[in-house]
Design a protein around this ligand. Structure first.
Ligand code: DUT
Ligand code: MG
Length: 578
């Protein structure tokens, strides 16, 4: 709330202009019934024809003035509030970017999207139309009441009696509508998620022949949506007639009692006409209040949801006095490292010493904790026991951006943006020369397939562009990591979709890049056998470690994996020995 207020205060000039226009428009508007009343009294009743011209000119001036001021008011509120919302959205987005990996484990994409989109839109309606109409209707109400009392306090009191009744029905209606509105909003979110997931997973749906099932699911939710909308329409239909009726009762009261006063000579006919006009300035605010409270309630609910994100502290951030190593060499050490995921131990007592320029390979069955291990190096997560050191400094004491800039990771799930291949590889890194870019692309074997595309590196990929094979995507992510020239390179199962030849070519290219400490997670012996140390993981523990030859020598799990992958070759060898 305070945050929103600060943002609104920054735009005070815009709001000042809009509110001045609003006030002036109301003041001018108040003269409208006055001139209508004068026309009735002086022109129609008294036959003062010359006055007609003056009155009509005045009415025309009021109309034009109102149109211009109305435009200024709407435009002012709209533009100013849009600026506030743009800034709010920017802050929200910045905050979301700051949050740690673990936050995204707990919050799903759909929800975060609706925070950024729907909730900010709700706040927009409140600070734009909400404030504008609220101010306008309050001022109309106050001024009109004063004028009405001045004209004829008895008639005003008679009319005011009906107001609480109108207000009662209006609030009852809005409470019902508010509830159905919430249901509609929730239902819309469900419908959107279903449609979005179905479209995102359309290939899977088709491959499994589940179209009918998906259509059925969607139809069911669509039907729900229809029912709630129908419910809302019914509520409206039920409550609107009584509101209309009560509004008309006021008019009947004005005409009958007012007529009585006019006949008795206590009031002129023109004044009665003006009176009935002012009365409408009173009824409208009453009818609007219900809607306005709903807009306000929705806005408050949205602010609460957004506040929750703002109050979220990034779990991983710089310590008080972050350190920077004098010379970055890429020496990574794990000392008695343990890691838990939501209370479940994932890694236990891990000790690794990866010297600058060395290669550590990690193997093990799925779920053994391989990705969890490499997540600790650049603090995607913090370890829960022991220490991870980067060039002798505990990673938790090191300047975070420096640490992350010096660790490049090719993640297990490749993610490419809907952009050109070049942008996907450069990924906003500045100061990269064309040669360096081409070298990274060549080393990652990207050049090989890009050179056959008519648009080359400018080819747009992803949703709006062409599709790529799994291996091609992996190669682009490898190039993206290589271009950053970091001292530590992590490759999490990132050559799994490549054929042996391409994998070998990438390995050779990597070997030529000296002085880079490499962590390679792989399932294929071919990808790990040249490493300085191979670690075999099981249940979060290192159960075997050593070079390729050493591990083959102990004939353990690594040996079994090797035999499985090279079954025919081993069999042939054994035959030869016999
Ligand atoms: N885990 C979670 N939440 C996560 C990631 C992992 O609870 O977000 C758990 C699941 C698993 C363990 O941590 O039991 C280790 O997971 P990790 O991803 O480290 O396993 P892996 O060795 O990388 O498996 P894979 O070869 O399938 O990538
Ligand atoms: Mg993994």
């Amino acid at each position: 709330m305070k945050r929103l207020w600060e943002l609104m205060k920054k735009q005070w000039r815009g709001y000042a202009i809009a509110i001045s226009a609003l006030l002036t428009a109301i003041i001018i508007d108040m003269y409208n019934p006055y001139f209508v009343g004068q026309i009735v009294d002086r022109v129609i009743m008294n036959g003062e024809m010359p006055y007609l011209k003056t009155a009509l000119l005045a009415l025309a001036a009021i109309t034009i003035g109102r149109a211009i001021l109305g435009y200024t008011k709407e435009y002012g509120f709209d533009v100013t509030s849009s600026k506030v919302i743009v800034n709010l959205r920017k802050k929200l987005f910045d905050q979301i970017q700051k949050l740690s990996f673990s936050f995204f484990d707990e919050n799903n994409t759909g929800e975060l999207m609706s925070r950024i989109k729907e909730d900010t839109e709700n706040i927009m309606s409140a600070i734009c139309y909400g404030i504008m109409l609220f101010l306008e209707q309050c001022i109309y109400f106050i001024i009109a009441t004063v004028i009405l009392f001045l004209i004829n306090w008895k008639l005003t009191l008679i009319c005011l009696v009906t107001m609480p009744l109108i207000e009662y029905v209006v609030f009852k209606l809005e409470r019902k509508i508010g509830k159905t509105y919430e249901k509609i909003s929730d239902q819309r979110a469900v419908l959107n998620t279903t449609a979005q997931q179905n479209i995102a997973g359309v290939r899977l749906v088709k491959a499994f022949g589940r179209e009918k099932h998906e259509i059925q699911k969607f139809l069911q939710q669509n039907e729900e949506n229809y029912k709630i909308n129908y419910e809302q329409a019914r509520t409206m239909a039920k409550y609107n007639p009584p509101i209309e009726f009560l509004s008309n009762v006021v008019l009947v009261l004005v005409i009958s009692f007012g007529g009585y006063f006019v006949i008795g000579g206590d009031m002129s006919l023109g004044t009665l006409v003006a009176f009935s006009n002012y009365i409408f300035m009173l009824i409208w605010p009453m009818r609007m209040m219900g809607w306005l409270t709903n807009v306000l309630a929705q806005c408050l609910a949205s602010i609460k949801k957004i506040e929750k994100i703002f109050n979220e502290e990034p779990l991983i951030k710089n310590c008080e006095n972050p350190k920077e190593p004098e010379d970055i060499r890429g020496h990574v050490v794990f000392r008695n490292v343990g890691f838990e995921f939501g209370g479940t131990p994932v890694l236990k007592d891990i000790n690794i010493d990866a010297g600058p320029g060395s290669t550590v390979a990690i193997m093990g069955i799925t779920g053994a904790g391989k990705s969890s291990l490499i997540n600790l190096i650049a603090r995607y997560y913090d370890c829960t026991a022991g220490n991870v050191y980067f060039d002798g400094i505990d990673v938790r004491d090191m300047e975070l951006s420096l640490l992350r800039n010096n660790v490049s990771a090719v993640m297990q799930d490749t993610f490419l943006f809907s952009d050109t291949i070049e942008e996907n590889i450069r990924f906003g890194v500045v100061g990269i020369t064309e040669e360096e870019f081409l070298a990274a692309s060549r080393d990652a074997q990207v050049e090989e397939f890009v050179s056959q595309m008519p648009d080359g590196y400018s080819t747009v990929i992803g949703e709006r562009g062409i599709g790529l094979s799994g291996g091609q995507k992996q190669r682009i992510s490898i190039a993206r990591a290589l271009i950053r020239k970091s001292k530590v390179l992590i490759m999490d199962d990132s050559t799994s979709a490549l054929d042996m030849g391409t994998e070998y070519a990438i390995q050779k290219a990597m070997d030529r890049r000296k002085g880079i400490t490499r962590f390679i997670i792989a399932h294929r012996v071919s990808a790990v056998k040249n490493a300085d140390e191979i670690l075999y993981f099981e249940n979060g523990e290192i159960v075997e470690r050593g070079t390729h030859d050493e591990l083959l020598g102990i004939r353990g799990r690594y040996y079994d994996t090797y035999c499985e992958q090279y079954r025919d070759y081993v069999a042939a060898l054994e035959k030869e020995v016999v």
